[in-house]
Write a protein that binds this ligand. Sequence first.
Ligand code: OOG
Ligand code: MG
Length: 261
Amino acid sequence: MTDPDARAEILDLAALEARPVPQLPPGESLSVEAAYAIQARLVARRLARGERPVGLKLGLTSEAKMKQVGVTEVILGRLTDAMQHPEGVSIDLGALIHPRVEPEIAFLLRCPLPPDPTPEQALDCVEAVAPALEIIDSRYEGFRFDLGDVIADNASSAGFVLGHWHRPDTDIGNVPISLSLSGAPCETGTSAAILGHPLNALAAAGRIAASRGIATAAGDVVLAGAATAAVPLSPGARVGAEFGPLGRIEIRAGAPEDPEN
Ligand code: OOG
Ligand code: MG
C-alpha cells in the first residue's frame, strides 16, 4: 500500500525542484480513490505554503488528449492562484520539467455546481466563458503515467492563462481553435472535441467533484480540458492560440537569456 502522505510529498518535491520521478510500478497502480486522496494531500501542501484555491480543471475530455497520453478516463485536478499567469506573459521554463501547452475553454462560476448536473443545469452556474491556455507538466519521467498516477499528480497542472471573459450565453459549442508556435501552425481543432460540448465537461466537473468531496464555489474557474493534443514548450517559443469569435491568447516561453526570467 502506497502511503498517501509520502506519495504526495514525492510529487510535491518533484514539482518544487523541477525533477521528474518514476511512475509507480504496474503492481502498485493506484485506485482512482487512492489517487484523489493523494491529490488532496498534494494540493493541501501547496495551500499550506500560502497558495489559494481558485478552481478546477478537467483532463482527458478530448480524443486527441486521450490518445496522446494513453489514458481514456476524464479526470479532475485543482487550480491555485500561483498557477495563473497574465496574458502575454513570459513563462519561466526553468521552474518546469517538460512543459506542454494546450488550448482550453474556461468557465467562471457564479454558484457551486450541483452534484450531478445536466449541461443545462451546469450552464445555470456560469457567470462567464473565456478562451484559455493551460501549461501542463507531468512530474513523471518521460511524461508517462497511468490513470492513478496522473490523478495523484493533480492532473499534470502547472499553469494557466485566461483570455477575455464573454457572456455566459456565448455559443461555445463549436469554436474553431488553432495553436501556433512562433508563427508556425501546429494544432487545430474545435471546442466540440471537448466531450461534444464544453458544457458536458462542466457537468462532468460537478459529478466528479461531488463524488470526490471536492467543493466548488462562486468565483471558481473551471478549465474544460484541451481540445487538441498538447505541444511541448521550448525556450524562446511564442505561443499563439486563436479561438474564433472568443479571441486570441499569446504567451512566450522564456529563453534562458531572457531578462524577464
Ligand atoms: C494530463 C492532463 C490532461 C487536459 O486538458 O486534457 C489535461 C496530461 O495530459 O498530462 O490537462
Ligand atoms: Mg488541460
